[in-house]
Design a protein around this ligand. Structure first.
Ligand SMILES: Cc1ncc(COP(=O)(O)O)c(C=O)c1O
Length: 371
């Protein structure tokens, strides 16, 4: 049996009739760019995140960019984040004309190590972006304490963490703005591109809404240079449908994660993900740590089990960021993780038989390799 890394077709099969009818409704109303379907989804997503406002935007990268712009990040500023994230986190910083400054991660959660934050702050630091990687939130209390002490803005990159919690608080609600991606493979995914910012601050809400709409607060009157970064109506309508299922999907992801963790508990050479005591982990990704990762990946692929790597090369070593001057060895924890992490299929629709197949394949690789 082949086990794909993701199976969006299975998710859409179950919702197809409802989605097609919603698309047809949007076609009839011609509310394509922004409009009532986006407004309805924004209200529902804000309620889900427990914030006052959600602002739908074109994608998660827009969300991060607009959040930073709204917070006044600009040329000459520095923004602190982590090197083991998707490129978009740092791209958004550079789009503002600011400089990404990286700090290393915590060995167990793969998230920003708050103990390293304060020493990275300079007079130019304007904001911090903790990334809630793989679906588990960063340790927000110390991050917020240091950020507030130094008057820094905090933007949560919650693109992988819809519904994740930190001490009972939802992802995106602790910093000044929370940013989400609705890329199709995310825990809440559009049938195309989408993203959102969430916030409790009306001023930031208004600014983000202005940046996504060509910098206009009123039609054809442009206060600032903005961008065309709206969420489209069809995606808004589809996201409203999918949002109704997210808790059930999250529980399925968590159940798969528990089953994997239990199955690999005694497998020598396999380190399972740690759920921090403060966290509700939503397992956007279930990430093992193994020494001979590339060999494991190849062996599983030969058996039809498709895994992935998030991410193979930390951002400070990417050619596009060579101008920042970081060298190999700058962030040993992130660099070691990049060579050992392996993401297993964990989507809600994964069947018990498929999960067993993945477990058997991983176990048999390690049992044969220790002999
Ligand atoms: C951590 C992280 N940040 C930002 C993004 C950017 O989101 P998008 O692809 O919707 O622009 C993603 C997803 O791709 C992500 O995983």
């Amino acid at each position: 049996m082949s086990v794909p890394f993701l199976n969006l077709k299975a998710q859409h099969q179950a919702l197809k009739a409802e989605i097609l009818s919603a698309v047809s409704e949007v076609l009839d109303s011609a509310a394509f760019a922004g409009g009532p379907y986006v407004a309805k989804f924004e209200e529902e997503f804000a309620a889900y995140c427990t914030t006052k406002y959600a602002i739908g935007v074109g994608n998660g990268t827009d969300a991060l960019w607009f959040a930073l712009l709204a917070l006044g990040v600009g040329p000459g500023d520095e923004v602190i984040t982590v090197p083991n994230t998707f490129i978009a986190t740092a791209e958004a910083i550079t789009y503002c004309g600011a400089k990404p400054v990286f700090i290393d991660i915590d060995e167990e959660t793969y998230n920003m190590n708050p103990a390293l934050l304060e020493r990275a702050i300079t007079p130019r630091t304007k904001a911090v972006i903790p990334v809630h990687l793989y679906g588990q939130m960063a340790d927000m209390d110390p991050i917020m304490e240091i950020a507030r002490k130094h008057k820094l803005a905090v933007v949560e990159d919650a693109s992988q963490a819809h519904g994740a919690e930190y001490k009972g608080k939802r992802a995106g609600t602790i910093g000044d703005v929370g940013c989400f991606s609705f890329y199709p493979g995310k825990n809440l995914g559009a049938c195309g591109e989408g993203g959102a910012c969430v916030t409790n601050n009306p001023d930031l809400k208004a600014k983000i809404a202005m940046f996504r709409e060509h910098g206009q607060a009123k039609k054809y009157y442009h206060t600032v240079i903005g961008w065309n970064g709206r969420l489209d109506g069809i995606q808004g309508a589809i996201l409203s449908i999918k949002l109704k299922h997210i808790e059930k999907w999250t529980e399925a992801r968590r159940a798969h994660a528990r089953a994997y963790t239990q199955a690999f508990a005694n497998v020598h050479g396999v380190l399972t993900p740690k759920e921090a005591s403060y966290a509700r982990h939503v397992y956007h990704l279930y990430v093992l740590r193994v020494k001979n990762r590339d060999q494991v990946l190849k062996n599983l692929a030969e058996k039809g089990i498709h895994c992935a790597i998030h991410y193979p090369l930390p951002l400070h070593l990417q050619p596009c960021f060579s101008y920042l001057g970081y060298k190999p060895g700058a962030f040993p924890v992130a660099e070691a993780a990049a060579t050992e992490v392996l993401s297993l299929p964990v989507y809600p629709e994964l069947t018990e038989a498929q999960l067993d197949e993945v477990v058997d394949a991983v176990r048999s690789f390690f049992q044969s390799s220790v002999k």
